[in-house]
Structures are given as structure tokens and as C-alpha cells.
Design a protein around this ligand. Sequence first.
Ligand code: GLA
Length: 397
Amino acid sequence: MIIDYKNLITATGLVLLTAACNQPANEPGTTEAAEQEANTVTACVGSLDRKDFQDTIDGKSSDLYVLKNSNGACAAITSYGGRIVSLVVPDKDGKPTDVSVGFKTVKEYQGPGDAYFGALIGRVGNRIAKGKFSLDGKEYTLATNNGPNSLHGGIKGFQAVVWNAVQSNDSTLSLSYVSKDGEEGYPGNLTVNVVYTLGADNAVKIDYKATTDQKTVANLSNHTYFNLNGEGSGTILNHLVQINADKYTPVDATLIPTGKLEPVAGTPFDFTKPAAIGARLDTNVNQQLKNGGGYDHNFVLNDAGTSLHQAAQVTGDQSGIVMDVFTTEPGLQFYIGNFMSGKSSFKSGAKDDYRTAFCMETQHFPDAPNQKNFPSIVLEPGKEYTSTTIYKFGVKK
Ligand code: GLA
């Protein structure tokens, strides 16, 4: 049987990955290859099997979607948590390289080994001290799921729900979710829409929008763990990082900001010029590194306003892959996998070993609802929350 790719796509309403990254999107394969590829997401994203992402979770069906372009980039995203499962870009020699770490099955993402891998984060990313905040004099209580604090939206944040997904073409996936009034302790029905776009320039753009019917708080992010040398290639400590931030927000021992904005100059937090992640990680000489167990801090981005500005640039020391991060957000949580414990296995079979991936979570500052001097994350009815972040990939030879 000859499978007509275009009809297959139209008939199912889902775009299955049917061509390798570096082939034109609609190039027909052989019959056998086509049948195999209908379920197995091949060259683009390792050996993911779409069936392993089809599950029923809280009564909703999850699935796997693939974005691809004709310049060797592909992204596989599951509607469970809106997670980037795989992100393949060419390295300096043109070799397809999966720069995001993650699991092979949606079951593993629901298991104890998950640490928000690839996920959309909300309703409020990062920590809220003691899981409490007030709006108009009314106190709200959230689950404390990270020591004494609430982390990443609570026990069942946006990483753990099935989003409605609509894929209209090879480059765009639109996800939506309605977070009910009272969900995880937050007030107001929050309607959230997130659009992933893979550009011809190998940029993954994430556009977030949200509205509410009651005053609430919102701070959305994405928690992709990157290893620019490729998943399973070991430590990220030799990656070169530049962050466009003259200040950062120091934290207490539970990772709640002290409220101060401190200069990075003269500290291991100075990434205003490119530096290897591991070059200055001695926790004996820096109390902030001790508090964070390494870098796990919010950087105050220099050019923050409402338009896109460059937050960071990271280079994989072996692959030559360069990732530029642009955002409309004022902050960037730079986290270097300090809690990765080697207990789980990723797609490639590699363990989730200590510091073998890093995150760059664009955001408003942690604990914003309790910190008067931080930009507000309050969202009012009639207003729209909007945020955009771009992870753009290229190479340095
Ligand atoms: C965020 C936090 C980290 C850690 C990870 C998930 O980046 O800042 O402390 O909780 O999420 O493990």
C-alpha cells in the first residue's frame, strides 16, 4: 500500500513525522518506510514512537506532534504538559543533534523521575514563599511541594495536565488549557494559549497568552533541559554561557529571593562575558552558590521592557551549537541540573546524571506576589497576559 503523506495528514488531523529532518517535508518514502514512520518518529527525533505518547490522562487523550523545517530542525512536543520531548538541530558538521533531554514515553513523564522535563510551567513558575500570597487583602494558600515553598504552580501544575492541541501545519502547534478557579489554590478561571512555532531559521518561538475572569497571578515559562552537545553527551559544565544581566536576585537557603537586586560584577554570577558554566562553581567561596546548590538563580535582564530582547547565548563546547535566547520577560532562571540524580534514563538510554543539562526559564521574578519591589504578576479580568520567548539555534565553527 502506498501511503499518500498529504492525505494521511489531512485524514488524521495530526501531523505525523514522515520525513527525516534533512529531507523535504513531503518527499515520499518507500511503502515499508512509510508504514514504519507512521508510528515511529525517526531521524528527526531519535526513535520515539508516537504510540508511547498516546494515553488517557484524567479523561483526556495525550499525543505527540512534530514540527519540522527544511533546514534540519525538528521538534517533537507532547500535549501532556505541552512538553518539548525532542529538539533536533544540526551541529557544526551538519549532524542532527537532539539538544533537549527527555523521556521516551508519556508514562515516564508522569512518573517519579520527572523534573518538569521540557514542560510548560504555570500558573506561577518558580517559587512562592511558604505557598502563601494575598490579593486585595485575601490570603490564598497553595500546596507546599518544595520544602516550605510552592514550586512551579503546585502539585499538579501545567506540566501535568493534557493540553488541547491543534496543529495546522509543519511549523505551528497551538495548545490551550483552562485552569479552573481554585485549581492548586489559585483564584480565577485562567484561559491559557501557548503557540510553539518552529521557524525556517531554526528558532523555536513560544508565545503565551492568558486571560482570567477574576483577579489572579500568572507567570508562565518553559522548562526544557538543554544539552547543546546532545542528549547523553555528559556534563554541561564546559558549555560557554553569556547572560545579558548586570544584576541577579540572591536567594535564601530555600531559594526564595531576599528581595535585593545584587550586581553580578566580581561574583561567579557575572556572565556578561562568555564563561564556562563550571569555571567558578566552588560553593565554599560563594554563599549564593551554596544556597542554590550551584546556579539556580534568577537573572535580572538588562534590556527588559515589553519587546523582545536578547537574554542569553550558550555554546556547546563539542557540538559548536549556539543557542540564542530572546524574551519579553524581565527575568531568566538559570538552572544547571543540580537536582539531577542519575536515577532515570532518557530517550537515548543515558542517565539523568548530575548537571548533564541546563535550563533557561524566562519569567517574572520568583516569589513576585510577596515581593513589593519586583515587577507584578497580577492579572486582572479584561487584561491579557502575553509573553514570548525564542530559543534560536545556529553553529560556531
Ligand atoms: C527550577 C527550580 C529548581 C528545580 C528545577 C526542577 O529550575 O528553580 O530549583 O526545582 O526547577 O528540578
